[in-house]
Design a protein around this ligand. Sequence first.
Ligand SMILES: [Mn+2]
Length: 373
Amino acid sequence: MPSLDTNGHNGHANGTNGATPKKCESDSPSSLPPTSSIPQKFLSKPTELGVTLVGFSGGQSRPGTDAGPEVLTQAGLLTQLESDLGYTLHGDTHVRNFNAYQPTVTDRDNALSNSSTIDDPDVRGMKNPRSVSAVTEQISELVYAQARAGRLALTLGGDHSIAIGTVSGIARAIRERADTPNDLALIWVDAHADINTPETSDSGNIHGMPVSFLTGLATSSTSGIFDWLQPHHKISTTKLVYIALRDVDAGEKRILRENNIRAYSMHDIDRHGIGAVMDAALAYIGTNTPIHLSFDVDALDPMWAPSTGTPVRGGLTLREGDFICEAVAETGQCVGFDLVEVNPSLSQSEGGVGDTVRAGVSLVRCGLGDTLL
Ligand SMILES: [Mn+2]
């Protein structure tokens, strides 16, 4: 594991902020651990990060979410994960332009004329169904390869439909690995439940449906859309925990109740505090289960993260968001992390994009083991 001390990132080593400098200086500087040194239960290569950079916005209607990974990496996120947290990075160094994938008319009708004509008509009300299905299938394979190698899989989106790929890929890898006793658990941090089926969705936007496909509540039918999702890709509704919900459709509320899905809304966070909510969420999952954390930046209040497609007021503070990530990292059970729905083309105010990107960088750092002290 690379040492952080030589380039002075650790404030303790310099003894400049009064935090018992003598004690630190009496130790060998190289004995100070990097902040990402939490013992990992389910990663055979805990210092390696498997990065997937997903430029894709086809799961919803507003352009710009595909530029999320670009602005996050331009802000230095990946460099920080290497230099500050000591990770060795694998996978993507450049953003994949998944928006370039579009089914064309020749796919279906063998038309001779214009092969670039986009032809992706609605299926069961779903918009861009062939595109989202094909893109998430590719993401699933990419993330699977990172998780199968024993790395923590970090994915930057992109809209939240991409989680159909990330979660399915990691769930499959965890099932295949002999060192993991239990199937994958999923913590979904979001203002929205994203558990509409095509039939309950009003908008038809697939970024509101990923959890229903991942849990098998939405059937893939014979349409060819998400037919690639096999049982080994899916997760149980008993392994699913929501945090920060506050804008849940009527049909989704029914789905949550009927399936007895564990969900902590903003009301629960107001009543009990984020510490107690995370204690309860992690106790529900248990200590012997790998965790994937899928974090939609719209879980944060728009005060902190305004540049996102479906902002909802009354959300998490930045510290509450960071705490969720820190608490998951502290378990040593985290095997995957998504940050999605950063949209740099949407901002109500000057500086909104910068605020959102800084919040996103902070969330990822916390989720990957950064600590305040
Ligand atoms: Mn979402």
